[in-house]
Design a protein around this ligand. Structure first.
Ligand SMILES: NC(=O)c1ccc[n+]([C@@H]2O[C@H](COP(=O)([O-])OP(=O)(O)OC[C@H]3O[C@@H](n4cnc5c(N)ncnc54)[C@H](O)[C@@H]3O)[C@@H](O)[C@H]2O)c1
Ligand SMILES: N[C@H](CO)Cc1c[nH]c[nH+]1
Ligand SMILES: [Zn+2]
Length: 441
């Protein structure tokens, strides 16, 4: 006999639907003041005590028996050794995924550009890779070799000079696939530290961990909260917190497939969020039955159940139009359009980290090897953030190169505007460069 899973049911026809949905999605439901305060304390300790704090937190939170920071540093040779320790099949899969991710990301690379005006003035944009990037690879409840590829390959394609990776190794267990992926992707240095302390170390630097220009990568609530706090000291890519999936289904996909797609994100974390939206009430019940049937067969049934019961939902809507409205309101990390004609609905989707089109495109393919990045904005931040990409590792500088004539012409306009702002040094600086006209006026 299977026990039924207590998943929240919502109906968009309910007058209180918007309030229930807001509650379901609220960041506060995964992060509270206690998490925030703990993260702030950790950041402060790392700033004040550097390596010593890193060692202590790694002992405490990851159960690693580290005597000093030296026990938490891995060089390139260790990464190369890992390549020899994985099976040929694993190596082939990593290399195939890496190749597809690289090909996709090469298309994102931005080049410098410029144009020349009639008077010889040149305007342009110079694109420069970051000097040093810090990659957070999660590792608390699962190991993520795929996240190594997704973080490191765009950095390398962008031309970042130094790529530093941090990854927790709970109980000191190093995952050979993670290190092999780091070797394949060309990571320069690895520190086996995680959580808020790793983010703080990358942001502020310690005696051993180099300060980076930007911290990227996904992680749990401690990692996501720490990234929020260090933003400004360093760049961050986005808030890529606990995983999410929103499946919009017309009721015609095998309910077992949909249940497993929901599980695929729920199994990441108790804080993950899996939601199904459909206009077909019978279908929602069939998926609920599949969930009850399949959950006991899952390796990570405990995590999945907590996630599905705490943060999951089955939402009934009036029709597909309303399903898309709900999807845009949620702005999910992953959106599966499990419908007959996904192309017809695509133009109406405005907010989603990644969109998986059609019944055959399971989100899991995107997690590993389709090519697009799996580091994606969560908790509604797809309204203003994009997938991790090469552009996250490149920055732009404007180029202005005035000809004598160009400076003279622009000087007249600048002078008027500067005097309008009562900034006379600006005005006079521009005016010095205005050419006297031929009559000597
Ligand atoms: N959005 C994305 O693109 C994306 C991609 C992959 C994974 N993810 C998410 O990344 C997360 C990975 O989480 P994880 O836990 O497996 O690994 P993690 O590396 O993110 O977190 C582990 C670290 O959390 C810290 N931590 C745990 N409990 C703590 C506590 N009580 N106090 C202080 N620190 C604590 C520890 O330092 C530990 O090293 C999941 O939520 C998964 O859904 C997101
Ligand atoms: N679904 C995760 C992003 O939210 C990425 C991942 C890695 N491995 C499996 N899944
Ligand atoms: Zn996943």
């Amino acid at each position: 006999m299977t026990t039924s899973t207590a998943i929240r049911r919502l109906n968009a026809a309910d007058p209180d639907f918007a309030r229930h949905l807001d509650h379901l999605l609220s960041w506060e439901s995964v992060s509270d003041d206690a998490v925030n305060q703990r993260v702030l304390d950790i950041i402060q300790a790392v700033r004040e005590r550097g390596d010593a704090a890193l060692v202590e937190f790694t002992q405490r939170f990851d159960g690693v028996d580290a005597k000093s920071i030296d026990d938490l540093i891995l060089g390139r040779e260790r990464l190369e050794l890992a390549l020899t320790r994985i099976t040929a099949e694993q190596r082939q899969a990593l290399e195939k995924a890496a190749e597809r991710v690289r090909l996709y990301h090469e298309r994102q690379k931005q080049d410098s550009w410029s144009y020349t005006e009639a008077d010889g003035t040149v305007l342009g944009q110079k694109v420069t890779p970051l000097d040093r990037a810090g990659l957070y690879v999660p590792g608390g409840k699962a190991s993520y070799p795929s996240s190594v590829l997704m973080n490191a390959i765009p950095a390398k394609v962008a031309g970042v000079s130094e790529v530093v990776m941090v990854v927790p190794t709970p109980r000191g267990e190093v995952n050979e696939l993670v290190l092999a992926a780091a070797c394949i992707a060309g990571v320069d240095r690895v520190f086996t530290i995680g959580g808020a302390q790793a983010v703080a170390a990358l942001a502020y630097g310690t005696e051993s961990v180099p300060q980076v220009d930007k911290v990227v990568g996904p992680g749990n609530i401690y990692v996501a909260t720490a990234k929020r706090h260090v933003f400004g000291q360093v760049g961050i890519d986005m808030i890529a917190g606990p995983s999410e999936i929103l499946v919009v289904c017309d009721g015609q996909t095998d309910p077992d497939w949909i249940a497993m797609d929901l599980f695929s994100q729920a199994e990441h974390d108790e804080d993950a969020q899996s939601i199904l939206v459909s206009p077909d009430a019978d279908f929602l019940e069939r998926v609920a039955a599949s969930i009850d049937k399949l959950l006991p067969t899952m390796d990570r049934a405990g995590i999945i159940r907590t996630s599905m019961e705490g943060r999951g939902a089955l939402i009934q809507v009036r029709d597909m139009e309303q399903a898309i409205e709900v999807a845009n309101r949620i702005a999910p990390e992953h959106l599966e359009l499990s419908v007959a004609d996904p192309q017809a609905w695509l133009p109406k989707i405005r907010h989603a980290g990644a969109i998986f089109m059609g019944r055959h495109t399971s989100e899991a393919l995107g997690d590993y090897c389709a090519g697009p990045n799996h580091v994606l904005p969560t908790s509604g931040t797809a309204r203003f953030s994009s997938p991790l990409g090469v552009y996250d590792f490149q920055k732009r500088s404007s180029i202005i190169f005035c000809s004598e004539q160009g400076a003279s012409e622009l000087g007249k306009t600048a002078s008027v505007l500067a005097r309008g702002e009562s900034l006379s040094a600006h005005a006079r600086s521009a005016e010095y460069r205005i050419l006297a006209d031929k009559e000597g006026n």
